[in-house]
Structure formats: structure tokens, C-alpha cells
Design a protein around this ligand. Structure first.
Ligand code: ADP
Length: 165
């Protein structure tokens, strides 16, 4: 079975992420969307919320599994028998970091290939941090995040703003 892993922090999942996940599914038997948990970062949404958001948005895609990854991605991929790490590339600015990670992961797990898929032009500008920023100021994020999670994402920022008052 050919298994690919789409890793990320997904804080929260955006339409850009979902586009990459959807386009990956015909290419592999199974796509595991792995929510990476970094103990040094404080995300806006907890790992449980991020997993729940992803599950709700990928429910209609049969060969997608959502899971969390607490340790090294290279080890996680080995434990799942995955052949590929699939990353989305938005712009050259993504490239240097991704290139370095790909080489490190190759050293740690030589059987694992990192593959890059270019973003759809409609989502070039989109990132989770942009979503957090716009939502933080009460802006409209309905064209940035999947409809299934829109209320929950907006709700978090609305309650944060009312606490600040
Ligand atoms: P972000 O940079 O939005 O915080 P993550 O760390 O969760 O995203 O990224 C997970 C993966 O999704 C990475 O490979 C990243 O390059 C990719 N990705 C994020 N946003 C987009 C987008 N708009 N188009 C294509 N790929 C994307």
C-alpha cells in the first residue's frame, strides 16, 4: 500500500491545505494528515481541536486519515510504512526551509521521499497565520477556511476580543 503523509501544524486548516490533501488522494492508496505537535510552540488551537477540524473537513474523502505526530516525522513515517512526505509549496520563500527539512528527513529515513506539490494559484497567499491575523481583527475569513469549521474558528477570536474589552 502506498501511503503518503501530509504534515503540518494546521492551526487552523485552510482551504490551501485542503486543496493539497484532496489533490494528493488519487495519487496514493492512503493519505495520512499528520498534525505535528511542537512542545515549544503555543498554538491558537489545541491539538485535539486541530485534529477535529481536519476530520470534519476530510470526512467525505475515503482514503484520508487524520492523526497526530508528537515525535520525529521521519520515525512516524517509518512506523506507518509511508513512502512519501507530501508538502505544499506556495512561493520561493517556502522553498529554502522545505529543502533543508527534506534533506534532514532523507538522512533520518532514507526510504522516505519528500515530494512537493505546487499550490493552486487561488491559494498562493493563504497561510494559517494570515487566517489568525484577519480573524483576530474580526475580518471575514469565509474564503480562507472550510465552511465546516468557519463558526468555530471565528468563535475563538470573537471570544478573545470580548475578553480584551
Ligand atoms: P501554515 O504555513 O499555513 O501555517 P502548516 O505549517 O500547517 O501551514 O503547513 C502544512 C503544509 O501545508 C506545508 O507543506 C505548507 O507548505 C502547506 N501549505 C500551507 N498553506 C498552503 C497553501 N495555501 N497552498 C499550498 N500549500 C500550503
Amino acid at each position: 500500500m502506498r501511503i503518503a503523509i501530509c504534515p503540518g501544524s494546521f492551526d487552523p486548516v485552510t482551504l490551501g491545505h485542503l486543496d493539497i490533501i484532496r489533490r494528493a488522494t488519487p495519487l496514493f492508496d492512503q493519505v495520512i494528515v499528520a498534525v505535528t505537535v511542537n512542545p515549544n510552540k503555543t498554538p491558537t488551537f489545541s491539538p485535539e481541536e486541530r485534529l477535529d477540524f481536519l476530520r470534519r473537513c476530510t470526512r467525505d474523502i475515503p482514503n484520508v486519515v487524520v492523526d497526530r505526530c508528537d515525535g520525529l516525522l521521519a520515525d512516524y513515517a517509518r512506523s506507518k510504512g509511508a513512502c512519501a512526505l507530501l508538502k505544499g509549496l506556495r512561493a520561493v520563500t517556502d522553498f529554502e526551509y522545505e529543502f533543508q527539512m527534506a534533506l534532514i528527513n532523507k538522512k533520518l529515513n532514507p526510504e522516505l521521499e519528500t515530494m512537493f506539490m505546487t499550490t493552486s494559484s487561488a491559494y498562493m497567499y493563504l497561510s494559517s497565520s494570515a487566517v489568525r491575523q484577519v480573524a483576530g481583527y474580526g475580518g471575514d475569513i469565509s474564503e480562507f477556511v472550510p465552511a465546516q469549521i468557519l463558526q468555530d474558528v471565528m468563535g475563538r477570536f470573537t471570544s478573545e476580543r470580548s475578553e480584551e474589552k
